[in-house]
Design a protein around this ligand. Structure first.
Ligand SMILES: O=C(O)CCC(=O)Nc1cc2ccccc2cn1
Ligand SMILES: [Mn+2]
Length: 258
C-alpha cells in the first residue's frame, strides 16, 4: 500500500545515502580522496551554476592569486582564480546554500557512521564558509600547494564543480593531486555536478593546470574540533606573547624615558 511504498522509498533513500557515505569513508581511508559524480542532479546543478553566473556578473569576485607569466616576451599577468566567500544565506545564493547543506549532511552522516569508524578518526563539528572560485580561462592556473600545511584545523577539502560539457583536451583545468604516499597522481576533471573530497593536509599537494575556458568551483573546508581548538589556542597564546612583549618593551621604553 501507499504507506509501505513511501517507507520503502524512504528506506531506499536512506540506504542509497548510507551507501554513498560508506563509499566516501572507504575512499578517504584508502586513497585520501573521493569522487562523487551526479551529486545533485542536472536541474539543481544548473540552478547553482546560474546563481554563480549571477554573482560573477555582479562583480563580487575578488582578483585571486596573481601569477606573472614570464614565458611571453612582454610581462603577461595571468590571474589565477577569482574568489568570493558565501555563507549561503545571502540574497541570490539560496541554491549555493542548498549545496552547502547537502555537503554538510554527507559529512555529518559519514562522521557518525559507527561501523566504518569515523572519517579519519576526526571529530568534525564546523566548517568554513563556501569559497566560490572562477578561473577566467586564458591559461589561469593554481600552482601546486597544500591547503593546510601547518595544522590550522582544516582536515577535509570538499569541492563541487559546475562546468557543463568540460573537455579537458581543449580546456585543460585538471585538478592534479600528488598523493604523498604512492607513486601515482590523481587527475580530476572539473566536471559538472561532481563533488570531491580530499584530506586538506600535506597528504594531498595539488595544482590546477592551466584553464582555457572559464572554470567554476565551490569549495568548503571542514574543521576537526581538536586540531581547530589547538590552532586557536596557539594564535591566542601568540597574541598574548606579542602583547606581553609589547607591554614589556613599552614598560622598559617608558622606564628608559622617565
Ligand atoms: O578548483 C580546484 O580544483 C582546486 C583549486 C584550489 O586548490 N584552490 C585553492 C584556493 C585557495 C585560496 C586561498 C587559500 C588557499 C587555497 C587553496 N586552494
Ligand atoms: Mn587547494
Amino acid at each position: 500500500n501507499a504507506e509501505q511504498f513511501f517507507r520503502d522509498t524512504l528506506d531506499n533513500g536512506e540506504r542509497r545515502y548510507d551507501d554513498l557515505c560508506r563509499n566516501i569513508i572507504n575512499d578517504m581511508n584508502e586513497y585520501g580522496l573521493s569522487v562523487v559524480d551526479d551529486f545533485l542532479g542536472v536541474e539543481k546543478g544548473l540552478q547553482i551554476l546560474n546563481e554563480v553566473h549571477g554573482m560573477y556578473s555582479a562583480g563580487v569576485f575578488q582578483d585571486g592569486q596573481l601569477v606573472n607569466n614570464l614565458r611571453e616576451e612582454k610581462l603577461r599577468t595571468i590571474r589565477g582564480d577569482k574568489i568570493t566567500w558565501v555563507k549561503g544565506v545571502e540574497p541570490g545564493c539560496a541554491n549555493v546554500g542548498y549545496l552547502i547543506n547537502q555537503i554538510d549532511a554527507v559529512i555529518c552522516r559519514a562522521n557518525t557512521m559507527k561501523n566504518n569508524g569515523q572519517l579519519g578518526n576526526y571529530n568534525i563539528k564546523e566548517r568554513t564558509k563556501a569559497m566560490v572560485a572562477c578561473y577566467p580561462g586564458s591559461g589561469s592556473h593554481y600552482v601546486v600547494h597544500v591547503d593546510n600545511p601547518n595544522k590550522d584545523g582544516r582536515v577535509i577539502t570538499a569541492i563541487y564543480y559546475l562546468n557543463v560539457n568540460w573537455d579537458t583536451e581543449r580546456s585543460g583545468g585538471v585538478l592534479r593531486i600528488f598523493p604523498e604516499h604512492g607513486n601515482s597522481v590523481a587527475d580530476i576533471e572539473p566536471k559538472f555536478d561532481r563533488l570531491i573530497f580530499f584530506w586538506s593536509d600535506r597528504r594531498n599537494p595539488h595544482e590546477v593546470q592551466p584553464s582555457h575556458r572559464t572554470r567554476y568551483a565551490i569549495t568548503v573546508w571542514y574543521f576537526d574540533a581538536n586540531e581547530r581548538e589547538a590552532a586557536l589556542n596557539r594564535i591566542k597564546n601568540n597574541k598574548n606573547n606579542v602583547k606581553s612583549t609589547i607591554d614589556t618593551t613599552t614598560t622598559t621604553t617608558n622606564a628608559n624615558t622617565t
